[in-house]
Design a protein around this ligand. Structure first.
Ligand SMILES: Nc1ncnc2c1ncn2[C@@H]1O[C@H](COP(=O)(O)OP(=O)(O)O)[C@@H](O)[C@H]1O
Ligand SMILES: [Mg+2]
Length: 216
């Protein structure tokens, strides 16, 4: 069985090839950025390349080094900002409400995926733009991370089903986003719950992690 910390020559070769591909895309993006009107697109491509490189790094070296929650949230926020920007949608802003220093056990690319999927759903629920709030609390027994939006919330009929694979209320959507989030959170010994906000409209996703999963 392949173990995260073991270097695999095949994986190293794949990582090398993929990094060459990223190099080519990054160079093309740089050329594109010569034209002023293409600069936002070039910057978005460059950030995607950086994300790809981080994923490859994560593959080649699935180290369990802790990753700062603030870094993960910023990367996921960049991703959603790029996407709404490219689609010409109003901006969605991500508000961080937590103290610095909260770290999650790696790989960071998995946590990036968790927040990207949650933010993407939140952005889709707020087509006119709005605020996503990330609030985190650390207690002796564990940690809670809440992601809340200002959309319409989730109706009671579908609430029990949203983490099922292939469940979607959107046309031509794969319905895998929340299933992937749930799978990753569970793999880290945690749990995720969905609810609606009590003081205003909006959905609220709460990730609960045991203290051992957040080492710093
Ligand atoms: N922030 C949210 N606000 C309202 N509904 C949501 C939100 N996040 C998820 N949902 C609901 O849960 C369903 C499943 O989400 P997901 O697994 O990400 O699949 P998809 O985005 O492909 O539809 C969505 O189709 C939507 O109905
Ligand atoms: Mg989704």
């Amino acid at each position: 069985m392949w173990r995260p910390n073991e270097e695999s020559p095949d994986l190293a070769g794949l990582a090398h090839d993929l990094n060459n591909v990223f190099e080519t895309i990054a160079e093309a993006a740089e050329l594109l950025s010569d034209e002023e009107q293409s600069q936002p697109l070039a910057a978005a491509i460059a950030r995607s390349v950086e994300r790809g490189r981080r994923l490859v790094d994560g593959l080649a070296d699935q180290h369990l080094a802790p990753i700062d929650l603030a870094v993960v949230v910023d990367r996921a926020a960049d991703f959603v900002r790029d996407l709404t920007g490219l689609l010409g949608r109003p901006e969605v802003c991500v508000l961080r409400q937590f103290d610095p220093g909260l770290h999650l056990r790696g790989p960071g690319s998995e946590w990036e995926r968790v927040f990207m999927n949650l933010f993407l759903n939140a952005a889709q629920a707020m087509p006119a733009g709005g605020v996503i709030t990330v609030h985190a609390l650390s207690q002796s027994g564990g940690h809670e991370i809440h992601v809340a939006d200002e959309g319409p919330g989730i109706s009671a009929e579908i609430l029990p089903r949203i983490f099922e694979p292939n469940f979607s209320t959107r046309r031509q959507h794969p319905g895998l986003g929340l299933h992937i989030v749930d799978t990753i959170v569970r793999r880290h010994g945690g749990a995720i719950r969905a609810a609606n906000r009590s003081t205003r409209s909006g959905a609220r996703f709460s990730i609960l992690l045991p203290a051992t999963q957040t080492p710093v």
